[in-house]
Design a protein around this ligand. Structure first.
Ligand code: HEM
Length: 117
């Protein structure tokens, strides 16, 4: 399940960056990529929930990891929404970077899957 989780969020991040560049160039394909991106949000959340389900007990770090994962997804939506509306994306980008750093750190620190620390 960890592999499915990693694959889904990696694809989501790549699709997000593609959607950003398509949106920037004003391409009509941006909308389509964003629809597929939303599907990968769902797969990421489902695989994350299945990982949570495999745990015998839930520590506070898992709760923070889950919230940070949802925050990354929320920040990606914020960036794309702000771009669409022609508003500043700075705050959304900062949130994305902070949330992503937090989720990668916690994900890799926690014991399931690849153990780096
Ligand atoms: C874009 C969003 C997300 C990213 C970038 C992300 C990233 C990661 C990473 C790097 C790992 C560690 C994998 C490993 O050790 O091999 C992981 C594991 C995990 N993720 Fe996520 N995740 C995201 C969203 C979520 C969500 C939404 C949930 C919950 C609904 C979730 C729940 C989990 C759980 C429970 C683990 C297992 C932690 C452990 O290693 O013990 N993740 N994630």
């Amino acid at each position: 399940m960890t592999h499915a989780h990693i694959t889904s969020w990696l694809i989501a991040i790549i699709l997000f960056l593609i959607a950003v560049s398509l949106q920037r160039s004003g391409s009509a394909k941006a909308k389509m990529v964003q629809m597929v991106l939303r599907l990968f949000y769902i797969i990421t959340i489902i695989t994350g929930v299945l990982l949570l389900h495999s745990l015998a007990s839930l520590s506070i770090l898992y709760v923070i990891k889950t919230l940070a994962g949802l925050w990354v997804i929320g920040a990606m939506e914020m960036v794309l929404m702000a771009m669409k509306k022609g508003k500043s994306t700075a705050v959304a980008w900062v949130q994305w970077v902070v949330a992503l750093a937090l989720v990668l750190f916690l994900g890799l620190m926690l014991p399931l899957g690849i153990d780096l620390f």
